[in-house]
Design a protein around this ligand. Structure first.
Ligand code: HEC
Length: 151
């Protein structure tokens, strides 16, 4: 009986860990209380997948910039930010709407070879725009996004 209980506690901890993305501690508590089988089947939303794509792309940009290269391609369809379906109770709040276009412009300007703003500065400005929105809309990934900044 006791080991059964241990297994259950372990499974719950594992599930909570897997579900960790935007949730702050308060939200995690709610998950614990009404833990339902759907949580085990947690599937990232279209928006979450797109965000991870943006993360990977910027990681690559960062390395290029550190290597002294000039990135010229922006392969992401940033308009997806306006259409992708969201999860975890996220939605396009007024705060989201106030940040999204500023971010899109900043991300596009990184590959603008005609800009007279320094490349590193344009790149960091794009990342700071990720952070600006995340501060209210999805706090979980902030430490991870901060690592994208070039010191
Ligand atoms: C306009 C607001 C906004 C901007 C700008 C933004 N994000 Fe997000 N991000 C969100 C929201 C909201 C979610 C949660 C989406 C969901 O769960 O459906 C999210 C989720 C994420 C996640 C977690 C995905 C997962 O697996 O759950 C990562 C990582 C992320 N964003 C990275 C970034 C990076 C890197 C940038 C900039 C290149 C960025 N975000 C720009 C609002 C934003």
């Amino acid at each position: 009986m006791e080991s059964f209980l241990h297994n259950r506690v372990f499974a719950l901890v594992a599930i909570l860990f897997l579900c960790f993305n935007c949730k702050n501690e308060e939200e995690t508590k709610v998950v614990k209380e009404n833990s339902k089988p759907e949580l085990i089947m947690h599937q990232p939303s279209e928006m979450a997948n797109f965000m991870n794509g943006m993360y990977a792309y910027n990681m690559q940009l960062r390395q290029q910039i550190i290597n002294g290269e000039t990135p010229v391609v922006m392969p992401l369809d940033l308009m997806k930010l306006h259409s992708a379906e969201m999860s975890n109770g996220h939605s396009r709040t007024p705060v989201w709407n106030s940040f999204v276009n500023v971010f899109i412009e900043a991300q596009q300007s990184v590959v603008d070879t005609l800009s007279n703003i320094e490349l590193k500065e344009r790149y960091n400005s794009a990342i700071n725009n990720c952070l600006a929105c995340h501060k209210t809309e999805c706090t979980g990934p902030i430490p991870k996004i901060k690592k994208l900044l070039i010191k």
